[in-house]
Design a protein. Structure first.
Length: 213
């Protein structure tokens, strides 16, 4: 598709009704059991897969699953555990620093607003949006590489940056779908509408997707 063409509101509703029917209550594929463990897992997920992150967070959270317990570790202790996922130095430093900042500035509690979340080391807009959506049920739109790729392809949103796609998706997707919308789109991009060899024959929205029209 060379020229972007937005789907109609009715078509967008059909898409999300199908996603909803297939998976009424989608969940993140990262393993977590508290706001803090989700925050750490999302920070660690940068430039790697959720499955890889889950392999290192299991032993990490067994050792430290609260800001205080994490802050009591050394950066090298964290680095040794998370080494398999890469960017070890940066990620271990961020995990240790954000744990200390949570204790110093937020009484060890993960903030429920984007402004405060984004003051934490390693937390950008996408990570903040994930935490706000998953933990606090806010209708945010975390845009990862999957959403950046498939949104124009399907006809949901146009743009070349995560911020542009986020703004367009928030404008174009009806509010009743927003809490789960990014989960549905991530899963669709991860398993069906893949970057290489998209599985269009098994796509439940192929008759609506602008890529196929």
């Amino acid at each position: 598709m060379t020229n972007f063409e937005l789907l109609s509101t009715e078509q967008i509703i059909q898409i999300f009704e199908r996603f909803k029917a297939q998976n009424p209550d989608p969940k993140p594929e990262l393993d977590y059991y508290s706001p803090f463990t989700l925050l750490v897992a999302v920070v660690l997920s940068a430039q790697t897969t959720d499955k890889s992150v889950n392999k290192v967070t299991a032993p990490l959270f067994k050792l430290a699953d609260t800001p205080q317990a994490m802050a009591d570790l050394t950066q090298e202790q964290i680095a040794q555990i998370i080494r398999p996922i890469g960017l070890t130095s940066t990620k271990s430093k961020n995990i240790l620093s954000l744990s200390k900042k949570l204790l110093d500035d937020f009484d060890g509690i993960v903030p429920n607003n984007r402004k405060d979340l984004m003051t934490l080391p390693g937390v950008g807009r996408k990570t903040a949006n994930v935490v706000l959506n998953v933990v606090f049920g806010q209708p945010t739109m975390p845009v990862d590489t999957h959403l950046l790729r498939i949104s124009p392809r399907i006809g949901l949103a146009n743009g070349s940056t995560p911020e542009q796609i986020e703004q367009e998706l928030c404008k174009n997707i009806p509010s009743q779908y927003m809490v789960h919308a990014h989960h549905w789109l991530i899963l669709h991009g991860r398993y069906v509408c893949k970057a290489k060899n998209p599985d269009c024959s098994n796509c439940l929205i192929k008759d609506l997707c602008k890529h196929n029209l």
